[in-house]
Write a protein that binds this ligand. Structure first.
Ligand code: HEC
Length: 163
């Protein structure tokens, strides 16, 4: 085989290997939630929020309340040092977190989402329990319950980088 041809083949193989490495790396990175950058809640999608309401009733309402009222005295830690579930209506602070932060908290739990190693929280992590689409659905339903002014503020917040 002519030398020029050989080096062309080698260059092509290196290019393919580079693409595989980049794509593989990206996949690996998004497997731990990097894909949240693209998470967008869909409170205006009727099918999404119908699914979200069912998931909320089955998975979240026991702590957060059927109507998102949360648990009593949610600002005070219980005897176990853990906070009760906060309300997620306009009086709570859920809407202070942009889409991808809510997604991370639900998928990974508070400690991993906030990078707090020793933080004990009663909030379970739903990774492996709910799919990413189901997490988006339940959070979309929650958002659909907020008054329009809060939703508008949250839209704005979710357009800016996470905090
Ligand atoms: C076993 C009780 C429990 C269940 C079930 C539960 N949560 Fe929570 N959740 C909590 C508690 C307690 C907190 C407050 C965590 C803290 O700050 O330590 C919380 C906090 C959160 C937060 C962030 C705080 C905020 O501002 O609202 C989100 C988002 C959330 N939960 C979503 C969900 C979703 C979605 C589900 C169902 C898929 C769910 N939770 C089920 C107990 C629960």
């Amino acid at each position: 085989m002519p030398a020029a041809r050989k080096s062309w083949i080698r260059a092509a193989l290196i290019a393919v290997a580079a693409v595989v490495a980049v794509v593989g790396g990206f996949r690996f990175w998004s497997a731990d939630g990097g894909a949240e950058a693209a998470v967008r809640l869909r409170p205006d999608d009727a099918a999404v929020i119908a699914l979200g309401q069912k998931i909320h009733a089955a998975q979240c309402a026991s702590c957060h309340g059927v109507r998102l009222e949360g648990q009593p005295n949610w600002r005070e830690r219980g005897p176990d040092g853990r906070l009760p579930a906060p309300p997620r209506d306009a009086s709570g602070h859920t809407w202070h977190h942009p889409d991808e932060v809510l997604f991370r908290i639900t998928k990974l739990g508070v400690a991993r989402a906030a990078n707090l190693k020793d933080y004990a929280s009663a909030m379970p992590a739903y990774e492996g329990v709910l799919s990413d689409a189901e997490i988006v659905a339940v959070l979309s339903w929650i958002k659909a319950q907020w008054p329009p002014a809060i939703r508008a503020k949250h839209d704005e917040l979710s357009r800016t980088p996470s905090r």
